[in-house]
Design a protein around this ligand. Structure first.
Ligand code: SF4
Length: 329
């Protein structure tokens, strides 16, 4: 496949929570596949080559003009998207132009805007202000204990859980975007600190009561994690934990996510299927079926594309549990 400049707009991608969404990367991909200030043990993109410690040191920032041009171009080909989503291979709040981008995108297209964040910079007022015009913020929180947070998220120096919790509460109190907290639960096969014990769950509940989010989503890993010693939480244990959350927050606010997404009728017009498949796999490892579902491609059309990408050394097949995933090299 010919070398090309990284695309900042990708999708549409089908997901449980957001339906059909068009994704936006706000940092250009460089030699490293992801730009992040965390190095989570469960990350589906593998290790961070070099952790970014603050927005001020990010290179390759996407400009507001690039986002507007990209959306104008893509929007012509899409007739029924449910969300515009800022996420991708980087932590979107690391781009301090995010607030302007959200404002401009909303002028262009009448579709709700979602920001998916690792919560790392919630302690910063300028970052929270950048999120004010979003319709939905989906923020990850793995623990109420500083030690466990550091073991799981492995943040860049200077990032602490106390500031994140205070910041999330401020964001919710601001009356701006709807706030959904994604609680990623993990187990370990080697005694590594994780967050699915009763003690951890109780502390998470305490902290979530303080933050008071609109929604809480409980899930576990479903793709190969960065570390071999991290394993998914069993379905029974997830259900037990969800029950506890239901009792504390009410069923309406708590969503338990088990494997699988529901297919929705699609009208995607593809421009370059090979690039779209590669872009999807770059952002998250997927099974053959997940690629077909996310991009609405028939098996017969997808097979030669996957073969070409594997033969060209762009992607590899990796096994995790009972499933085989394709991951970018
Ligand atoms: S899971 Fe997300 S926040 Fe964690 S290292 Fe990967 S990209 Fe960064």
């Amino acid at each position: 496949m010919e070398k090309r400049k990284s695309r900042i707009i990708y999708g549409p991608i089908l997901s449980r929570r957001l339906g059909r969404s068009l994704g936006i990367d706000v940092i250009h991909r460089s030699s490293s596949r992801k730009n992040c200030n965390f190095d989570c043990v469960y990350c589906q993109l593998g290790h961070v080559d070099k952790k970014i410690s603050s927005p001020e040191e990010v290179k390759g920032l996407v400009s507001c003009t690039e986002v507007v041009d990209g959306i104008e171009h893509y929007h012509r080909n899409i007739d029924d998207i449910d969300y515009i989503t800022f996420s991708g291979t980087c932590e979107p709040t690391l781009n301090l132009g995010l607030g302007d981008m959200i404002t401009e995108v909303k002028k262009l297209i009448n579709v709700p805007v979602c920001v998916i964040t690792n919560s790392s910079l919630m302690g910063r007022k300028d970052v929270r202000e950048n999120l004010a015009n979003a319709d939905l913020v989906v923020a990850t929180l793995v623990s109420g204990n500083e030690k466990t947070f550091k073991a799981i998220n492995r943040p860049a120096s200077g990032i602490n859980l106390h500031d994140i919790i205070e910041g999330l509460r401020e964001l919710k109190k601001s009356g701006g975007p709807k706030l959904a907290i994604e609680v990623m639960l993990l187990d370990s096969n080697s005694g590594y600190p994780t967050n699915s014990s009763d003690q951890e769950v109780d502390k998470l509940i305490e902290v979530l009561k303080f933050i008071n989010p609109d929604e809480i989503e409980i899930l576990t890993i479903s793709r190969p994690p960065a570390e071999d010693f991290i394993v998914p939480v069993s379905e029974n244990r997830l259900k037990e934990i969800a029950q506890k959350f239901d009792e504390e927050f009410g069923r309406k606010r708590v969503r338990l996510v088990l494997k699988g997404i529901k297919r929705k009728r699609s009208t995607i017009k593809h421009e370059n299927l090979i690039e779209e498949v590669y872009d999807l796999i770059l952002r998250r490892p997927c099974t053959f079926a997940q690629i077909g579902q996310s991009l609405d491609i028939d098996e017969d059309d997808l097979f030669p594309i996957i073969k070409g990408l594997v033969d060209g050394g762009k992607i590899v097949r990796v096994n995790s549990g009972n499933d085989s995933y394709y991951r970018a090299t």
